[in-house]
Design a binder for this molecule. Sequence first.
Ligand SMILES: CC(C)(COP(=O)(O)OP(=O)(O)OC[C@H]1O[C@@H](n2cnc3c(N)ncnc32)[C@H](O)[C@@H]1OP(=O)(O)O)[C@@H](O)C(=O)NCCC(=O)NCCS
Length: 169
Amino acid sequence: MAKLLTLIAQLHEFQPDAPPSPQGLVVRPSKAADLQQLGTLYFEAYEPGIACDSLDEATDDIKASFDGEYGEYWYEASPVVEADGCIVSAVMTVRRAPWDDTPDCPFIIELFTARDHRRRGLARLLIRHCLVIAHRSGETAVALRVAEDNTPARALYQSLGFSDWQSLS
Ligand SMILES: CC(C)(COP(=O)(O)OP(=O)(O)OC[C@H]1O[C@@H](n2cnc3c(N)ncnc32)[C@H](O)[C@@H]1OP(=O)(O)O)[C@@H](O)C(=O)NCCC(=O)NCCS
């Protein structure tokens, strides 16, 4: 299994303007009723064996996230993108992660985009929304974990100003 890196984005000099939504797409906070859609999207987003082995397992994991198993779920800082009424990208954020080896700040526990909507800037848009919400709430940083070999996600986070937390702490 690939090593996990903890990354952090400092919000001290963050420009707190919510980015505009691309035409035809809706960005809105997630809600409990999104469970099935998010479970399906989560299951289909990863290659087999990376995240969940079945749709049921994926949906159960989203439910566990909503229920606070990975920290208090922060719906407002967990926006989704909808296209034609269907969720096509989502970021999932908790107020604080429950693990010892994590920074004391909001924590992104998941991020995924439907395969046929990738490379359109949706994940970047959602992370920026998340950072805006966190900044407006008085938070000074947002953190996350990423597998060392997840090149697309690492490129995205780096472009948004995330850096290695271990080397800062
Ligand atoms: C990682 C993931 C969320 C990116 O979603 P996305 O909506 O396609 O991302 P964006 O279009 O916002 O990409 C923003 C930037 O990320 C980087 N990026 C995204 N996909 C990439 C890829 N396949 N290869 C290299 N860089 C990539 C690029 O820098 C990109 O900017 P650019 O398109 O201007 O070059 C998506 O690939 C995914 O769902 N992967 C499976 C789940 C996952 O790994 N989640 C992350 C867990 S930490």
